[in-house]
Design a protein around this ligand. Sequence first.
Ligand SMILES: NC(=O)c1ccc[n+]([C@@H]2O[C@H](COP(=O)([O-])OP(=O)(O)OC[C@H]3O[C@@H](n4cnc5c(N)ncnc54)[C@H](OP(=O)(O)O)[C@@H]3O)[C@@H](O)[C@H]2O)c1
Length: 295
Amino acid sequence: MPNTTATGFTPETPLILGMMRLHDHPELTQTARLADWIAARLDEGLNVFDHADIYGAGKCERLFGDTLRAHPALAKRVRVITKAGIVPAGQDRSPWQVKHYRAEANYLGNAINKALASLSVEQIDTFLIHRPDPLLQAGDVARVLERAVSAGKVRQIGVSNFLPEQWRWLARNTNLPLVCNQSQLSLAHTGPLFDGTLEAHLTDGLRWLAWSPLGGGNLAERIPADLLDKAREETGLDESALAIAWLRQIPGTPVPVLGSMNPDRIHSALRGAQSLLPRPLWYRLLESVRKTAVA
Ligand SMILES: NC(=O)c1ccc[n+]([C@@H]2O[C@H](COP(=O)([O-])OP(=O)(O)OC[C@H]3O[C@@H](n4cnc5c(N)ncnc54)[C@H](OP(=O)(O)O)[C@@H]3O)[C@@H](O)[C@H]2O)c1
């Protein structure tokens, strides 16, 4: 049985907590409040937190790191995923002021060191290249990631928003396993279930970390209220729980990267992660968002 506190996500990990919106929650910007919030999640069995260098223009990683520095006991219990490789236009120091990708060996090597310092952790559990970069030199990048793993700075590596041939090219250049692809999948984004992307994850052994599992908060606009009411009556699950149960039923058991910071919604999501939907309801929800029955 894998030890869920010793490493990052495991087959059983019900949810990953996304930190992209942390800076939008003024009540969590005090380290004592954030420490309480993190401790409550750990007590619920949720120990994996998803970051990126660009979230809140760096503020999210720093807030989290300040909190771990002030509460070292928490630092021992959390596992972090972080990502790098996107430069927003506002952070481009060149005269071009252009949003661009930097999946470049030196840039990523520095980003790993910076993330360790910002997050105040001894090891990044899982480091991801945030977006596929058409200028990516796979061999050079692979060497830097391999050095980070052998130095113990990073435990495992993966990718984010990669298509199968994009991750396969990187994988061909390294002996390190790519453990996951973090990309969009939810009732608000079902396309990858119908174009072979799901099967590519399964064939290549990449765990799907599904971002925006609640559709960024707009599922209620997509699923008719009477269907949600009926589904709640049949299953006892609310909209968030239904969305998470729907996702976890997909082969390979994608791990939702939940963006909610609201404890009630997190509880619902956790309940959903432990629930199984009747197959006809799974299809009824799918049909409602695709606005068409399967062929
Ligand atoms: N790799 C990538 O390129 C990538 C891209 C995007 C995101 N991500 C990761 O995925 C994580 C999750 O993304 P996300 O935040 O878009 O995911 P999400 O879990 O789909 O959406 C969460 C947001 O929706 C709101 N929400 C959910 N249900 C709601 C409801 N019924 N009524 C009102 N508001 C509702 C939440 O508000 P409350 O806080 O009030 O619940 C929160 O603001 C991010 O934190 C990040 O870690 C990765």
